[in-house]
Design a binder for this molecule. Structure first.
Ligand SMILES: [Zn+2]
Length: 243
């Protein structure tokens, strides 16, 4: 009887040990970084990982936490007083200071929500600048926009869902200016396979890892002249729109 018990116990132990080894090998192979783990806080110095996009969206409504993170980036910016009403109420807009290089948005008056600014900071540091150097051999000195806040429903319709622009959780990017003076425009340079077109597609693709919605001229005629980036909250298992 005792022998049978011991054998059964050994069998269970071996199975458990095998499961533990498999999990350990899997973990070592995947080597998830903090950017891939859902329970770690968002860090602006980590690479963009599997959970980065969700963590940026989760900053919505967390004004103090978001502003503290933005502050830690070294970005020079001014938090704005709350404005708007109802669906168009904005509590967490920020205006980046003109002349700073971490997030050179134009016009200087554009003021996205704090979570958008976090996404844009990561986009510019880890996507826009590296791609500009690699493909165009220069640095981006200006990200040109059509603006962020606009109190309206999607496609300016009379009914239907409100646009993320209504809460400044969106930005329309129309082009880029390089340190060497060149200008890249979504409207004029999207088509073809030249360097400017390759750069624009690369920064569009990179935006898809950071924003809930990334729409480009590939999507429809309404986006022929800009990249629409937004932080729509689609729940925990959120899907992203990347077109
Ligand atoms: Zn838009």
């Amino acid at each position: 009887m005792l022998i049978t018990k011991i054998i059964s116990w050994l069998r269970h132990s071996i199975v458990l040990a095998l499961i533990a080894c498999t999990l350990l090998v899997g973990w070592l192979l995947l080597k998830p970084g903090r950017e891939d783990l859902p329970w770690t806080p968002l860090s602006l110095t980590d690479p963009i990982g599997m959970t980065t996009r969700g963590k940026i969206v989760d900053l919505t409504g967390q004004r103090d936490q978001c502003l503290a993170l933005l502050e830690s980036s070294g970005l020079e910016f001014t938090p704005r007083e709350s404005f708007g009403a109802d669906q168009c109420r904005v509590e967490d807009a920020v205006r980046t200071n003109a002349g700073q290089t971490l997030l050179p948005l134009a016009p200087a008056s554009v003021s996205p929500s704090c979570p958008m600014a976090i996404g844009l900071l990561l986009w510019q540091a880890q996507v826009v600048q590296p791609r500009a150097q690699a493909i165009l051999g220069s640095k981006v000195t200006n990200i040109e926009t059509f603006g962020s806040y606009s109190c309206r429903r999607m496609y300016a319709r009379d009914d239907g869902p409100w646009s993320e622009h209504a809460t400044a959780d969106a930005l329309d990017v129309s082009g880029f200016v390089l340190a060497d003076g060149r200008r890249i425009s979504v409207l004029n340079d999207w088509q073809g396979d030249g360097d400017k077109a390759r750069f624009l597609r690369a920064v569009r693709d990179g935006a898809c890892d950071l924003f809930s919605t990334t729409l480009s001229p590939d999507y429809n005629a309404a986006h022929a002249d800009h990249l629409h980036l937004d932080l729509a909250d689609r729940g925990t298992m959120s899907w992203r729109a990347c077109r």
